[in-house]
Design a protein around this ligand. Sequence first.
Ligand SMILES: Cc1cc2nc3c(=O)[nH]c(=O)nc-3n(C[C@H](O)[C@H](O)[C@H](O)COP(=O)(O)O)c2cc1C
Length: 196
Amino acid sequence: MKSSKRGLSERALLVGITGASGAPYAVAFLRLLQELSQPVEVIVTEPGLFVLEHETGLTLADLEKVCARLWREDHLAAPPASGSVPYRGMVVIPCSMGTLSAIAQGAARNLLQRAADVTLKEGRPLVLVVRETPLNLVHLRNMLAAAQAGAVIYPAMPAFYPRPQSLQEMLDFFAKRLAEFLEIPVENLQRWGENG
Ligand SMILES: Cc1cc2nc3c(=O)[nH]c(=O)nc-3n(C[C@H](O)[C@H](O)[C@H](O)COP(=O)(O)O)c2cc1C
């Protein structure tokens, strides 16, 4: 009998967008995934929407164009709230210190936090693109707790060795490295030691 189970690479990736600064990282990542025809579903918090609009001029309607499905944080009964839906993993980009704290403590007070909690309990990859500076002791402790629970702390730190000529190049490089980290094949990634 032919198996109807979809392979891991065909499962949708969950992308959470919070109200940390750095919405352009989320946009670059979503656009890359769209280019790569990767199935993506998005959860955005209310502060996330505010910062997205403030930093990029984009709205909820624009976000809807770069993902298969989109939920706001109060949609607590949406599919990402259940471990029975086999997402391949979740990336929170950018991840605020508030959401980091909720994930580290298992608070699950909105759909994004619940989805991250589910991702951890199901043993799926959870990547937190944290963004804050400087970091206080609470932030550091929460990062440690989240990492101990299985999350990957992936700070929003752009690379300089490819000598980006624009902000967009910097964001695109970060997005490609993140995709590759999630085992999504990318093209034209400039690697250290190549091209002289
Ligand atoms: C313009 C702006 C920039 C912000 N930048 C950050 C940030 O870089 N990191 C952070 O942790 N919070 C930042 N915040 C605060 C968060 O938006 C706030 O803590 C919010 O409650 C986070 O909620 P959420 O994680 O549910 O999206 C920023 C807020 C605004 C308005």
